[in-house]
Design a protein around this ligand. Structure first.
Ligand SMILES: Nc1nc2c(c(=O)[nH]1)N[C@H]1C(S)=C(S)[C@@H](COP(=O)(O)OP(=O)(O)OC[C@H]3O[C@@H](n4cnc5c(N)ncnc54)[C@H](O)[C@@H]3O)O[C@H]1N2
Ligand code: MOO
Length: 390
């Protein structure tokens, strides 16, 4: 069995980069910027007032000094004249600072009678002027790759970039296998359960940036599984769920091999998730996940979601590991790296009492996977230990 880290690097080695496409800015949030873009303009394009008040010459500021108001500069309609000695221009936030002025006095710090203002307050040191290009200048580089968040979208809009080059979404085909499974909303027979993994994984992988398609459930026959795998034609990543172990009805390895799977690995020294499989199947990458619900989701977190990110052109990286203090003593670990469902609260990690890999209620209650290294001895409360936030 290989280690989790080895499996991750083998998986990243199977990733082919995807093509780029252009999307309107309004559709770009969450997408990955595929190549650098540069600002088409300077922001602000002129020295702009940061306050509502009066623009004048800083050298003339003094309590009791008076100025003649000779014009007005509003956002969108600047004052074309020049502010000379003893003069001021009424100005509003975002408006261009007129020629001659280099200070904006807040309107709260003056009294106005007719066209005359008198400084009455303490005007302070800040000139209240935003310099031209203070945010960015024409040609400023916005570097790819980057997953675009709301602030990035605002910045691209300000740069006047209306269409954005992004990496195409990887198409993921999800195939659940097993006669016992029915879709949510259907009525299961007495020996049946709901196919939950498909839905958890779709949520996870769509959030990572994929376009995930749920294919019909494959029954436990080679023909049915082959039909489902045929339906996955065209996907960038085919993920099967279940049928990965050694039971009589666990067909994935056999059928995928018959269909030409170039297997990269099978079985990883981890818990849960041991019977994980991966390789290339035709033009697609294939990952065979174990069926136990928590195993499938943990493997999704550690392997499938990072693969989707790598396909999108983001750095090929395993989920970031953090460190926190154990809240309780933990027993020695065995020969597989153990990803324990845990709760992180106030900097302290507590593993949940039941770690059975079928328990979705426990996974849903957890906000961290606490990592026990292979053959880690028993550790006391207070020990610093690694975890992955989930
Ligand atoms: N003799 C051995 N038995 C098992 C071993 C082993 O090494 N030797 N490994 C165990 C481990 S570890 C795991 S994990 C499971 C993985 O088994 P499979 O991948 O073959 O999964 P199935 O048998 O098909 O299903 C296991 C369990 O999960 C349920 N399941 C499957 N698919 C879904 C789905 N889409 N949504 C919800 N639940 C699903 C299925 O009904 C089973 O209850 O094997 C152990 N056995
Ligand atoms: O590895 Mo299995 O995934 O322990 O339940």
């Amino acid at each position: 069995m290989i280690s989790v880290t080895e499996a991750q690097s083998l998986l990243f080695g199977l990733v082919n980069p995807l093509e780029h496409e252009t999307v309107p800015l309004v559709q770009a949030v969450g997408r990955v910027l595929a190549r650098d873009v540069t600002a088409k303009r300077t922001q602000p394009p002129f020295a702009a007032s940061a306050m509502d008040g009066y623009a004048l010459r800083a050298g003339e500021l003094a309590k009791g000094a008076s100025f003649e108001v000779i014009g007005e500069s509003a956002a969108g309609a600047g004052f074309a004249g020049t502010v000379g000695p003893g003069q001021a221009a009424r100005i509003f936030t975002g408006a261009p600072v007129p020629e001659g002025a280099d200070f904006v006095v807040l309107q709260e710090d003056v009294t106005r009678e007719g066209d005359t203002i008198i400084i009455t307050g303490d005007t302070g040191d800040s000139h209240n002027i935003r310099p031209a290009g203070g945010d960015f200048k024409t040609g400023h580089r916005f570097a790819a790759p980057k997953r675009l968040g709301p602030a990035d979208i605002a910045l691209l809009a300000a740069m006047n970039i209306a269409e954005v080059p992004v990496t195409r979404k990887p198409v993921v085909a999800l195939i659940s296998t097993g006669n016992e499974l029915v879709m949510p909303g259907e009525t299961p027979g007495p020996d049946q359960i709901i196919a939950s993994n498909t839905f958890g994984l779709k949520a996870m992988l769509d959030r990572a940036g994929a376009e995930t398609r749920i294919l019909p459930i494959a029954q436990d026959t080679p023909e049915s599984l082959k039909t489902a795998l045929d339906l996955a034609e065209g996907a960038d990543l085919v993920i099967t769920i279940g049928g990965a172990s050694v039971g009589d009805h666990d067909l994935v390895a056999r059928v995928a091999a018959d269909m030409g799977l170039e297997r990269s690995f099978y079985k990883v020294a981890m818990r849960p998730g041991k019977p994980l499989m991966a390789g290339r199947l035709g033009d697609a990458m294939m990952i065979g996940l174990p069926g136990n619900p928590v195993s499938a989701m943990v493997c999704g977190t550690l392997f499938a979601a990072p693969v989707v990110e790598a396909m999108l052109g983001l750095p090929a990286r395993a989920p970031q590991r953090m460190q926190a203090e154990l809240a309780v003593d933990v027993a020695a670990n065995g020969p597989r790296e153990h990803y324990m469902r845990a709760i992180l609260q106030d900097g302290l990690l507590t593993p949940l009492p039941s770690q059975d890999s079928s328990l979705l209620s426990v996974l849903s209650a957890a906000n961290a996977l606490l990592i026990r290294p292979v053959r880690d001895p028993a550790q006391p409360a207070g020990h610093m230990i690694e975890y992955i936030p989930i």
